[in-house]
Design a protein around this ligand. Sequence first.
Ligand SMILES: [Zn+2]
Ligand SMILES: [Zn+2]
Length: 643
Amino acid sequence: MIKISLNDGSIKEYPKGTSALEVAKDISEGFARNVISASLNNETLEISSKINGSGKLEFYTWEDDLGKKAFWHSTSHVMAQAIKEFFPNAKLTIGPAINNGFYYDIDPNNQKISESDFEKIETRMLQICREKHNFKIRSVSKKDAIKFYENEENKYKVELIHELKDGEITFCDHSNFTDLCKGGHIPDTSIIKAVKILNISGAFWRANQNNKQLTRVYGISFPKQKLLNEYLENIELAKQRDHRKIGKKLKLFSFSNKVGLGLPLWHPKGVDLRERLVNFLKKAQKKAGYQTVITPHIGNKELYITSGHYEKYGEDSFQPIKTPKDNEEFFLKPMNCPHHCEIYNSEQFSYKDLPIRYAEFGTVYRYEQSGELHGLTRVRGFTQDDAHIFCSEDQLDDEFKNVIDLTLYVFKSLGLNDYSVQISVRDSADFSKYIGSVSAWEKSEKAIIKAVKDKQLNYSIVEGEAAFYGPKLDFMVNDALGRKWQLGTIQVDYNLPDRFDLTYIDKNNKPVRPVMIHRAPFGSLERFIAILLENTAGYLPLWLTTNQFIILPISDKHEKYCQNVLNLLENNEIRGLIDNRNETIGKKIRDAELEKIPFMIIVGEQESDKKEISLRSHGGKDYGKMKVKDFVKIIKDKIKIEV
Ligand SMILES: [Zn+2]
Ligand SMILES: [Zn+2]
């Protein structure tokens, strides 16, 4: 018998050789129908293969990331099969699942795979899927595996097999198609109901520019046609919501090749937006006991040698700046933490002073390859809403909770209501790769998990994903199009206090190391604004938007009254402007709609005589006539709900 422990904590006994699918059926037939993949002791396995040892069995459905991975990985086999049928001389290389779908890198071998082939490949794939072929994994000796691919004249697979250990090589068969594969498939092809080849691009074999350029074919598949339709619709919407497009339209930021790739230029309206975000967070941070600090954009090489960043990033980073006479070397600041450690070090704190919380909107610079740059989401210079908390171990619990509270307050105020958290903890089997003591790690991991549970957050724990210097908590936000973005991070650090020899004097008058927390709710202002623009399609929350209203006079006769209205609203700290152009009211309304201004105030003869306004909101809702003070109340009430 083997002992199988399940996710709910129960342990069940089964005869040796029972498959994961049989265990699922034992739980319930309905449950088993949804299971598409499984893992035993964190290793993926075929759900129909015999299990011969005890362990922890986990099941995955389409709803799980690992379920999707198995689904897409399996579909890449089907795509490869279809492509081989149309292009018999093509050589297959590798075909992994990715975040959204899968790809296969193929050497077309003097043939050309192009967009015009997509449809016939898709049709053939669906045909294969409907035929309900099982995916079957089998072991092959190294010799036989090499022979198989030598027969196919596929030097790529032969190269891959040479790097594998004899005895650990497996092939996957389905239909009449065989591929070198480690495993992790769905039971059979019939659950793949919809497929789409998305695009093709070039990719070098093993990502090495000296190697041959292959054709990378991207695809995606779903268990329902409806899901594919939704996915394609969302791609279209995402194109319209591209923050680079919206940013240009709203005149927020731009890039200039002359200034340099990946270096955003913020225009006045963009700066307004940034400042509102910064002021909002500054106010919240002040309440939460943070103190603001400012540090320079460069730092001496020695600083980063002390912090360990030089060793880690030195080679891949920007080159040092040398001073002309003393030959000192400086680096553009990649992180604010080392600077903040030195601020802490300039005083001797006692336990009574802790926690110390230093916050800085610090601009940092990191080298990214030009091909990796993307709008505001991947840049070479960005401003973090950074802060470092230095506290005693006893304070870690509370500090962590406070940081979570602040982060959630930020999300709520910006309409980001769909989020989850990921807790990254140490690898329980091997502590040798971490620094700090086991007891300290235990304490901080417990503190994080407890804080997350107390806040009733939707969370997952990932073992082995912690940094070598401490466990962390990442916030993931799902946007309006169902895309996942990683935002704020909270990280415990035992390393830097050690490297910078930070201490505080405890009750017994002894120097003790503080614990350090790094945190950034936005992550970076650049990335955050990009996500905000894409999530809202440019319709920012009212409190954040540049112009909350626009006054549209029907004729220039009402200019004076309009100016009075504007003054009144500005006195109430409501932002807006007057459209004094000599245009028809219809045109003025259309332009205000395009500029995404939330409220339009229309002023004509009647309004001006009665000292009233006609109010209309973006999207055409008519509020009718009212006094200005009533509008002030409407707008203030709306903002109160947001922040
Ligand atoms: Zn496979
Ligand atoms: Zn930091």
